[in-house]
Design a protein around this ligand. Structure first.
Ligand SMILES: Nc1ncnc2c1ncn2[C@@H]1O[C@H](COP(=O)(O)OP(=O)(O)O)[C@@H](O)[C@H]1O
Ligand SMILES: [Mg+2]
Length: 269
């Protein structure tokens, strides 16, 4: 695939960034954090926000205003659960953040880049580099083996196939499917398929994981196991997580719970 899709020299934040342990209030980004006050006391500058959404508006047709002025700031390692009634616009918000839809107004900065203002190609490149997606319906490619499914983000980023395969297999190992690398998706249970989807979402070390009802198609026990794995792996990778869920159990893994209502984003209990 395309080497141009993976510009060199893009700074990666280290896994286990100490700021991951200290969620900060939205709006704190402009306040300089003295490095000495950071947990671990290293001299690194404060991490910029992973995601900065300001005054986001989106309507579908003249009658249907879905998002009416949404703001959201997320820092590296932060986990946010997004609750809200069906049809309120949760998936729309995720699609906007991923650059799959365009807002009517407002800004979305992903790792500092204004994805709301990019053309489709530039948004696709930024998305491929910085985002991992986990969907309710898994969305594995049925004709590809598990390692090939997991390798897709690496190949999109221009990683040579010879390097992509061992990295994909190592990621499968981390989600407990190291011995299933050659299996086809149809040979797996739903819970196993979601583990593969999680491996695919994380293999290229994106800064932001977007999960849209990731346990919605799983029975409670399998869902709980998938959730524990998402939690563990997102932490291990130091990624930020924005997870849509109806489940209070799922929301409990996040340190911030927000509810989307027609009036906007509110802090949920
Ligand atoms: N591409 C689209 N065209 C028209 N209406 C849409 C489109 N996408 C979503 N909607 C509408 O926007 C609203 C929010 O949808 P969605 O974001 O999927 O809600 P949620 O994920 O919270 O259930 C719904 O009324 C839905 O029908
Ligand atoms: Mg939805």
């Amino acid at each position: 695939m395309n080497d141009a899709a993976r510009p060199e020299g893009v700074p990666r934040r280290p896994a286990g960034d100490p700021s991951a342990e200290s969620p900060r209030a939205a709006g704190a980004a402009s306040v300089a954090d003295p490095a000495a006050g950071r947990p671990g006391g290293d001299a690194a500058p404060p991490a910029p926000p992973t995601l900065e959404v300001t005054d986001l508006h989106k309507r579908f047709g003249p009658e249907r205003e879905v998002l009416a002025g949404i703001g959201l700031t997320m820092f590296p390692g932060e986990r946010v659960a997004l609750l809200g009634e069906s049809g309120v616009g949760k998936s729309t918000l995720l699609n906007l953040v991923a650059g799959l839809e365009r807002p009517d107004s407002g800004t979305i900065r992903l790792a500092g880049q204004p994805i709301h203002a990019m053309d489709e190609d530039a948004a696709a490149r930024l998305r491929a580099r910085e985002i991992g997606f986990v969907f309710q319906a898994f969305h594995l490619l049925p004709h590809l083996r598990l390692w090939q499914n997991v390798a897709i983000p690496l190949l999109l980023a221009g990683v040579p196939a010879a390097e992509a395969r061992p990295r994909a297999e190592a990621m499968l190992e981390r989600v407990g499917l190291g011995d299933r690398s050659l299996s086809m998706p149809r040979e797996l249970s739903g819970g196993e398929q979601q583990r593969v989807a999680l491996a695919r979402a994380l293999v290229h070390r994106p800064r932001l994981i977007l999960a849209d009802e990731p346990t919605g198609n799983l029975d409670p026990r399998t869902g709980a196991a998938a959730l524990a794995l998402i939690d563990e792996q997102v932490r291990a990778h130091g990624a930020a997580l924005l997870m849509v869920t109806h489940s209070l159990q799922a929301a409990a893994i996040a340190e911030r719970r927000l509810r989307l209502t027609p009036a906007g984003l509110e802090t949920a209990a």
